[in-house]
Ligand binder design. Structure first.
Ligand SMILES: C[S@@+](CC[C@H](N)C(=O)[O-])C[C@H]1O[C@@H](n2cnc3c(N)ncnc32)[C@H](O)[C@@H]1O
Length: 430
């Protein structure tokens, strides 16, 4: 990489402050041991689910070119470890993060990993294109997030996928109140100031908007996390409409939420309110915006985005034609099937352990339970239906099954490998 920075200008002071902050307080905290992580990712189902999350209509591949932009201390190394056949490039502004990533590369002999100290805004200097760009927890720390995202868009392959995460505005209101409080007091990020802040927060009123996060989120239990959240020199957040403005302003189109149930009006408690029918008439992106306001607790937005100049690339699964029978459902590793304390008439309740909202559970009946049990990540829905008895005739059976598999997808229970079907998958209107 060259030392010349074409972006030196008005935003330099902010970028320098962010770099100094992360050099001193690398986040997430550095880790030395990735054995548990490696073991978890040896599960083929987990790897296939991760692939089809971003590319439902493509045949599964393991040799993917990945850019982890703003990789922090371990994210690039983790990607290299979990995808040995892929090539991973990690870039970060902070020298400490790069050093930590290099240490993991040596420890785990990650020949498929390269790490550079390079700002996201200069990703073009890498001189290559990537199938997948991962940028989580970074854009909101940039002085000009659009400039950074455009630079990443420019290195994305035409049919590539971008995995983004930015902070969400409403769920973090308490964080921004305390950031402002710290600014007014001129609190810096020395060890003593962070300890004093942690001690002061123990006196925070029980109903303060930050109190729930302090109590519930493991992220806020540690002093380095507290510094990252409350003393970060640059941090902004996005509502759903602002997020769509960001990605569409950078030549990208929304694909899907990484976990979609929390954004869907027909999942959870809202579906049983007098507003359900009114919400259902809204276009999807309006529903997402309304549900974010209604829930009030979404802390971050994680999504997949694609280039907007190739609208046919990366179609999403859909259930309007017969193609869905050829989809292969793959269970998500974070899901569990409960059989105790069931609601009346339910044979089981399906839960995604990553959902923090308690209303996001899916009761299923006996018939659905048989279909669910037959999901093995290899057989198509058509094959699953063929292997289970069909009381009431084929077409009624199919109509019930179609609704069920679509619900499993909406509730984040399964992903689909839709590559082997009729090729009819199409994009969801946003
Ligand atoms: C909260 S950490 C997230 C790390 C990682 N993406 C993850 O999810 O674990 C934010 C990272 O972004 C990096 N960063 C901030 N601004 C950046 C920029 N302009 N270019 C590259 N990296 C940047 C910081 O140094 C830090 O390592």
């Amino acid at each position: 990489m060259t030392d010349h920075d074409p972006f030196r200008g008005a935003n330099d002071g902010i970028r320098d402050a962010v770099q100094a902050f992360y050099d001193q307080h690398p986040y997430p905290p550095p880790v030395d041991d990735l054995e548990g992580y490696r073991r978890r990712w040896q599960d083929d189902g987990r790897r296939r689910a991760d692939f089809h999350l971003h590319w439902p209509a493509k045949a599964y591949r393991t040799d993917v070119q990945v850019l982890v932009a703003g990789c922090g201390t371990s994210q690039a190394a983790k990607h290299a470890l979990r995808q040995p056949a892929s090539h991973v490039v990690g870039i970060d502004l902070s020298a400490t993060s790069v050093r930590r990533s290099e240490a993991l590369k040596r420890k785990y002999s990650l020949a498929n990993l390269e790490v550079y100290q390079l700002p996201v805004e200069r990703a073009g200097e890498l001189g290559r294109r990537f199938d997948k760009v991962v940028c989580t927890g970074v854009l909101h720390h940039l002085p000009a997030p659009m400039e950074g995202l455009r630079a990443l868009r420019a290195v994305l392959q035409p049919d590539g996928a971008m995995h983004l995460m930015v902070y969400a505005a409403y769920g973090r209101i308490g964080v921004y109140m305390l950031q402002e409080y710290c600014r007014r007091l001129g609190i810096g990020h020395s060890g003593k100031e962070i300890r004093d802040l942690a001690a002061t927060l123990t006196a925070l009123p029980r109903h303060h908007p930050l109190a729930r996060l302090l109590g519930e989120s493991p992220d806020f239990q540690r002093s380095d996390a507290l510094a990252d959240a409350l003393l970060n020199p640059q941090d902004r957040a996005y509502s759903v409409p602002q997020l769509f403005e960001l990605i569409e302003g950078c030549g990208l189109r929304f694909g899907r939420w990484i976990r979609q149930a929390p954004y869907l009006a027909h999942c959870g408690r809202l579906a049983a309110t007098p507003h359900a029918a009114r919400l259902a008439t809204l276009p999807p992106r309006e529903q997402y915006a309304a549900v974010e306001l209604f829930r009030g607790t979404i802390l971050r937005h994680s999504l997949t985005a694609y280039r907007d100049d190739i609208p046919d690339a990366n179609p999403l699964p859909h259930f309007t034609a017969d193609g869905w029978l050829d989809y292969v459902p793959i269970r998500l590793p974070e899901t569990i099937c409960l059989q105790e304390r069931l609601p009346p008439g339910a044979a089981a309740v399906l839960i995604h352990q990553g959902h923090t909202d308690r209303d996001l559970f899916l009761p299923i009946d006996q018939e659905q339970r048989r279909w669910y049990d037959a999901i093995d990540g290899r057989h198509t829905i058509g094959e699953i239906l063929g292997s289970v008895a069909a009381p009431g005739g084929r077409s009624r059976h199919h109509a019930r099954a179609r609704g069920f598999f679509e619900r499993l997808w909406c509730w984040d229970q399964v992903l689909f490998d839709a590559s082997g079907g009729s090729g009819e998958a199409e994009g969801q209107p946003v």
